[in-house]
Design a protein around this ligand. Structure first.
Ligand SMILES: [Fe+2]
Length: 348
């Protein structure tokens, strides 16, 4: 009994001392975090984040949302925003974010060495981490390979009443028109938009997948779509998607000229980022071989880092192509003219 009485308080005192010793350490050792605002929500992204945390010890707090509301949120949070990195899709949206002044330029030898110059902002505001192409799809029963070759041909009167394309105001089409402005000039692109309107099978409605379904259903012969939507249909086990895939042919436009219009999914470090070192570590991690595979494949896109191989049967089925090498930053600059000329041409 005596021994116990003696022992218990001593053990308790020791425990308290141990806790006291541990406390300043716990308060001092700041847990490293990254606050990520992302418009991407793909299953493989989970593995991407888990690997980053395993490698760096930096915990990721993720806020997912639609592209435009997320940017609005960053803008309205202003200097109080907890966001360190913003990830979104399409150069048009990265450009809008840049215009809104939300990014902080990041100089990174890793990112500059790994990401080709045409897929990142020359000033380091944003970086592309995966690439997609905008192609022409056709109904194999109605169109033969060689009947159409270039984006410019979509305005040919030969295709009157045969074209399905989503609205001009959508960023994917603004970026496509921006690329036509860069290569053909504004006047020719306005003419092109008029030709497109004249060739519409129906008033623009729905997303890219809706245009592909309309082609398969015979409502139109031609459609314009981003490659990952086609890959998604090619991969699908659903009978209705298989029926669509059977009807679709895919054409790589402008192979004898500048190459197919390429776009990116990407992001950058934010001006008010509270964890700038975490932001740098995360963005550099996204350019690693392993992350490139997860990031691109999550949405059936291509890695931007040369030499990184993705094994994705749907992408392989699309075949090889010549890509436009223009700096996508150039396509950002033309967004307002693209919208203006589409409006003038009556392309809604
Ligand atoms: Fe999309």
């Amino acid at each position: 009994m005596i021994a116990f009485r003696h022992l218990l308080p001593r053990a308790a005192a020791l425990a308290v001392l141990t806790m006291l010793a541990a406390l300043p350490l716990a308060a001092g050792a700041q847990e490293k975090v990254l606050n990520l605002y992302t418009a991407r929500h793909y299953q493989t992204d989970e593995a991407l984040y888990a690997n980053f945390t395993r490698q760096t010890g930096i915990k990721i707090n993720r806020i997912e949302g639609q592209e435009d509301p997320l940017l609005e949120r960053i803008k309205s949070e202003g200097a109080n925003s907890p966001a360190d990195v913003f990830i979104t899709v399409d150069i048009g949206r990265l450009w809008r974010a840049q215009q809104a002044g939300v990014f902080a330029p990041l100089r990174s030898g890793v990112l500059e060495a790994r990401i080709p110059a045409n897929y990142r902002d020359p000033g380091g505001d944003w970086f592309g981490f995966s690439a997609r192409a905008r192609v022409i799809a056709y109904n194999k029963d109605a169109v033969k390979p060689g009947d159409i070759r270039d984006y410019e041909d979509l305005a040919d009167p030969r295709w009157k009443g045969k074209l399905c394309i989503r609205s001009s105001g959508h960023v994917y089409n603004l970026s496509l028109m921006s690329s036509l402005i860069a290569h053909d000039g504004e006047a020719r692109t306005e003419q092109w938009a008029r030709g497109v309107v004249a060739n519409l099978a129906r008033a623009p409605k729905g997303g890219d997948t809706d245009q592909l379904k309309a082609v398969a259903a015979g409502e139109c012969d031609l459609a314009v779509a981003n490659t990952y939507y086609i890959a998604r249909i090619l991969k699908s086990a659903r009978p209705e998607d298989k029926a669509v895939a059977d009807k679709l042919g895919v054409l790589w436009p402008n192979q004898a000229s500048q190459g197919v219009h390429m776009n990116i999914s990407g992001g950058g470090m934010l001006k008010h980022a509270p964890n700038k070192e975490s932001a740098r570590a995360f963005l550099e991690y996204l350019a690693s071989d392993e992350a490139q595979r997860y990031f691109a494949d999550g949405n059936n896109e291509w890695p931007v880092v040369p030499g990184v191989k993705v094994s994705n049967p749907a992408l392989e089925a699309l075949g090889s192509f010549k890509a436009d090498k223009i700096n996508v930053a150039e396509l950002g600059k033309h967004q307002p003219q693209a919208q203006k000329l589409a409006d003038k041409a009556g392309y809604k």
